[in-house]
Write a protein that binds this ligand. Structure first.
Ligand code: GDD
Ligand code: MN
Length: 395
C-alpha cells in the first residue's frame, strides 16, 4: 500500500493542532488504499505546540513530530519535513497542510484521486471553478491575492497554473527528488518557497493538477505571513524572468552579434584612419578596411558564440580549426551581402564620408550606414548557418 504523509508546519498552533489532528484522522478512516500519516514540523514554538504533539504522537502511531531548534520559516519547515517524510518515513506522497483549518481536510480524497490518475503535483486552488477566498476578506487582501497570482503568471509567462501561492498541495516523491536540489536560495525559506517549488516542478515537466477548495480564515491564533513576502516574491519572479532572457539562445546570439558589430565598426573606423586612401583597379582602401573589420568581428563572434551562445554544444579543441574555417565560410554569405551593399552604396550614393540631407540638417556617415544595413541582413543568415552547420545539435 502506498504511503502519504500530511506535513503540518506549526508555529504557535497549540490550540489548532489539538483539533486539526482528529479532523484529519476522521478523514483518513474513509480512505482505504493509502497508508496515511501526519508529520508535524514545529520550530520549538513559544506556546510549546511540540509538547501537545509529542503527547498525541505517543498515543497515535501514525502521528510524528519533527522539532526544529530554530524558527526555519514556512519553506524551511517544509523542506525538513519532506526530507523526513520521503526519507525515514518512506512516503510516496506528501501533503502540505496548514494547522489553522484554512485547508478543508475533506478534500484529501480528491487530491489522491488526481494522483491516482497520473498527476505528479496537485494544488488546492482558490481560483478555479468551485474554489474561493473568504468573502469577508478586506478589499486590499483580495486584491493582493488575485492580482498577485496574475502578476506571477505574467512574469513567469505561465497561465496554466491558477493558484501559485496556495499552501494546500500534494507532492510526489519524484517531484521532491527532482526539485529539492534546485532549492538553494535563502529566500525560499519563507512563503516564497511555495512559488519557487512549484515553478521548478512545472519547468521540470511534471504533471500539475488543480482541485478547487475554499480557503477559510483562521479563527484561532494569527498568520505568520510577513511584509517581506511580497518583496521576496517580486525579487524571485523577476530573477527567474531575467535568467530566462539571459539563457535564451537568440538573445545571446543577438548580444554577441551586437558586440561583433561594435568590434567591426570600431575596427573599420580605426582602419579608415590608418590606411591611406587608394584605388587599384576596383579595389579601394574602404573595401580593404571593410574586409579586415569583418574578420575582426568574425573572430569575436566565433569565440563568444562558442563559449556562451552554444556553451551546451561547445566545440572540442581538436574541432576548432576546421570549425573556424567553416565559420568563416558560413560568414562568407553575410560578407558577400555586406560587400555588395557597401560596394553598390559606394558606387551609387558615394562615400563622401558625410552626407547632408537637403532640408533638415541631418548628417549621415554613409559608409557606416551601408555597413549597419549589411550586418543586420547577414545576421539572419548567420543564425541559420551556426545552428545547422557549426554548432550542430548533439545527438
Ligand atoms: N514550523 C513552522 N515555521 N511553521 C510555520 C512557520 C515557521 O516559520 N510559519 C508559518 N508556519 C505554519 C503555521 O503555523 C501554519 O500552520 C502554516 O504554517 C500556515 O501559516 P499561516 O501563518 O497560517 O499562513 P497564512 O494563512 O497567512 O498563509 C496560507 O495561505 C497562503 C496563500 O494565501 C499558507 O497556506 C501559505 O502557504 C499560502 O501561501
Ligand atoms: Mn493561515
Amino acid at each position: 500500500m502506498k504511503k502519504a504523509v500530511v506535513i503540518i508546519p506549526t508555529y504557535n498552533e497549540r490550540e489548532n493542532i489539538q483539533t486539526i489532528v482528529p479532523a484529519l484522522q476522521k478523514v483518513f478512516k474513509g480512505i482505504k488504499d493509502w497508508d496515511l500519516h501526519i508529520l508535524v514540523v514545529d520550530d520549538t514554538s513559544p506556546d510549546k505546540t511540540y509538547e501537545v504533539v509529542a503527547e498525541i504522537a505517543q498515543k497515535q502511531k501514525n502521528v510524528h513530530l519533527l522539532q526544529n531548534k530554530k524558527k526555519a520559516g514556512l519553506g524551511g519547515a517544509y523542506l525538513k519535513g519532506m526530507a523526513k517524510a520521503f526519507g525515514p518515513l518512506q512516503a510516496d506522497l506528501i501533503f502540505e497542510f496548514d494547522a489553522d483549518f484554512s485547508h478543508d481536510p475533506d478534500k484529501l480524497p480528491e487530491f489522491l484521486a488526481q494522483i491516482e490518475s497520473g498527476a505528479d503535483f496537485v494544488i488546492g486552488s482558490r481560483y478555479i471553478k468551485g474554489g474561493g477566498i473568504p468573502a469577508d476578506w478586506g478589499l486590499h487582501r483580495k486584491f493582493f491575492s488575485v492580482v498577485g497570482n496574475m502578476v506571477i503568471s505574467t512574469v513567469l509567462t505561465n497561465f496554466s497554473i491558477r493558484d501559485w501561492t496556495s499552501g494546500y498541495r500534494a507532492i510526489t516523491k519524484e517531484v521532491y527528488e527532482a526539485v529539492y536540489p534546485l532549492i538553494t536560495e535563502e529566500r525560499f525559506m519563507g512563503y516564497t518557497f511555495q512559488i519557487g517549488f512549484l515553478n521548478n516542478a512545472v519547468r521540470k515537466g511534471f504533471k500539475v493538477a488543480e482541485v478547487p477548495f475554499v480557503f477559510v480564515d483562521r479563527t484561532i491564533g494569527e498568520s505568520k505571513l510577513g511584509a517581506e513576502y511580497i518583496k521576496n516574491t517580486l525579487l524571485y519572479i523577476f530573477k527567474v524572468r531575467l535568467n530566462d532572457i539571459l539563457q535564451n539562445r537568440i538573445f545571446k546570439f543577438a548580444f554577441v552579434g551586437g558586440l561583433g558589430t561594435v568590434v567591426q565598426l570600431l575596427t573599420l573606423s580605426l582602419l579608415r584612419l590608418v590606411i591611406p586612401d587608394f584605388k587599384i583597379l576596383i579595389v579601394t582602401s574602404f573595401m580593404v578596411a571593410t574586409l579586415m573589420s569583418i574578420e575582426a568581428a568574425i573572430i569575436s563572434n566565433f569565440v563568444l558564440n562558442n563559449l556562451w551562445t552554444f556553451a551546451d554544444r561547445k566545440l572540442k579543441a581538436s574541432e576548432i580549426p576546421a570549425k573556424f574555417l567553416a565559420f568563416n565560410a558560413a560568414s562568407a554569405g553575410s560578407i558577400l551581402i555586406q560587400l555588395v551593399i557597401n560596394t553598390l552604396g559606394e558606387l551609387w550614393i558615394g562615400l563622401h564620408d558625410i552626407f547632408t540631407l537637403p532640408i533638415v540638417k541631418i548628417t549621415v556617415d554613409t559608409g557606416l550606414l551601408f555597413a549597419v544595413t549589411g550586418i543586420f541582413i547577414g545576421l539572419f543568415w548567420n543564425f541559420f548557418a551556426y545552428t545547422t552547420f557549426i554548432w550542430k545539435k548533439k545527438k
